[in-house]
Ligand binder design. Structure first.
Ligand SMILES: Nc1ncnc2c1ncn2[C@@H]1O[C@H](COP(=O)(O)OP(=O)(O)OP(=O)(O)O)[C@@H](O)[C@H]1O
Ligand code: SF4
Ligand SMILES: [Mg+2]
Length: 338
């Protein structure tokens, strides 16, 4: 364990074990394994970061955890309680504790509702809060995220992207959740605004004891936010480790590639991919079943075994957990990189 923070972190708020999500396209009798036996825990009051390129299954993991996507196999627990397949009623109760912030706040804020109505709605629907109490909490949270209370009677279109994301954050906080899935919350924002919103999320975590699952394309954004980082490729975990080690001494060839390329989220490319997916029923080479290591077709270090056997996850020389047949034999493993 590294870092100056010495608080105990032995308590898990969200547990994910061997999670798989398979999408079926009925008319073509094909399927896509979007998430493939992924396991991780989110400790209380901590952030676990999830990185990987477009289509690697990041959002599907978040959606499955929130009960918005059916889990094909595996298990999800929240506060020790099994929430793998919540009933409608259970899911409603869970939204009090588990919330989500999306990349594009505009799509999650109703354009025809005032900010006030958007904020108070979940509180009035869930609790016996009076209209006055709900109003008061909305005003307080808006101010806390950096907007004046006159914003209450305006509409989403009257705000900038950064302000709208602050409003989406305030809304997520209305029910006093314990866990928030942050699905690329800053990747659609200008670079200058990104840091402000990330810092706000960090401050709120401290103040309110929140736990985050934090999704991004960019390893450096995730590193800034996270205690532990998971690297995902085609639905499988390639490497996981504490943020600093993973950043300075990545072991897996894919993590290396990700660090070198530092991909930035490209909303245009993402929406193109999603449109293509809708049009084709998500059929493409990319979606053919994976035998062996999913990274093998792109890996400069691949050996024959890589395309026939799935590599097990083992602890590598730098202390991260790595799914690679050649862990420890790769050129950088012994190069005294520290
Ligand atoms: N509803 C769906 N039906 C069929 N396939 C889907 C569906 N949703 C996602 N997929 C497929 O699952 C895989 C993972 O998609 P997902 O959106 O989780 O990736 P992502 O890592 O969040 O990508 P991005 O960075 O672009 O947001 C992709 O191959 C995608 O085509
Ligand atoms: S298992 Fe083989 S193909 Fe996969 S990352 Fe390791 S060396 Fe490359
Ligand atoms: Mg996504």
């Amino acid at each position: 364990m590294s870092g100056a923070d010495t608080r105990r972190v032995d308590e898990t708020i969200l547990g994910v074990s061997d999670l798989s999500v398979v999408f079926h396209s009925h008319h073509r009798r094909s399927h896509v394994t979007a998430v493939d036996t992924v396991s991780f825990d989110v400790p209380r009051h901590r952030t676990v970061g999830l990185v990987g390129e477009s289509g690697s299954g990041k959002s599907t993991i978040a959606r499955a955890v929130l009960g918005l996507e059916p889990v094909t196999s595996g298990r999800v627990t929240f506060d020790g309680q099994d929430i793998t397949r919540p009933s409608k009623r259970e899911r409603r109760a869970l939204t009090e504790h588990l919330q989500v912030i999306f990349q594009d706040p505009y799509s999650s804020l109703s354009p025809t509702r005032t900010i006030r109505d958007t904020l108070v709605e979940p509180l009035l629907a869930h609790r016996t809060a009076s209209r006055e109490e709900a109003d008061e909490r909305a005003r307080h949270l808006l101010e806390r995220v950096g907007l004046a209370s006159y914003a209450l009677d305006r509409y989403p279109s009257e705000f900038s992207g950064g302000q709208r994301q602050r409003i989406a954050i305030a809304r997520a906080l209305m029910l006093q959740p314990k866990f928030i899935a942050c699905d690329e919350p800053v990747s659609a924002l200008d670079l200058s605004i990104q840091a402000q919103v990330l810092n706000l999320l960090k401050e709120l975590q401290q103040e309110m004891g929140l736990s985050y699952l934090f999704i991004a394309h960019n390893l450096s954004v995730v590193r800034y936010m996270s205690y532990e980082v998971l690297v995902l490729y085609r639905g499988q975990l390639m490497e996981r480790g504490d943020a600093s080690t993973l950043y300075h001494r990545p072991e897996h060839p894919y993590t290396r590639a990700l660090l070198e390329a530092s991909p930035v989220a490209d909303p245009v490319e993402q929406s193109r991919r999603r449109a293509h997916q809708r049009a084709t029923g998500a059929l493409s080479i990319q979606n053919l079943p994976v035998v062996g290591c999913p990274f093998a077709p792109r890996c400069a270090y691949a050996v024959p075994r890589c395309s026939s056997e799935r590599p097990p996850s083992v602890v590598g020389p730098s202390g991260t957990t790595v799914a690679c047949h050649r862990v420890g034999e790769l050129p950088w493993s012994n190069d005294g990189n520290d």
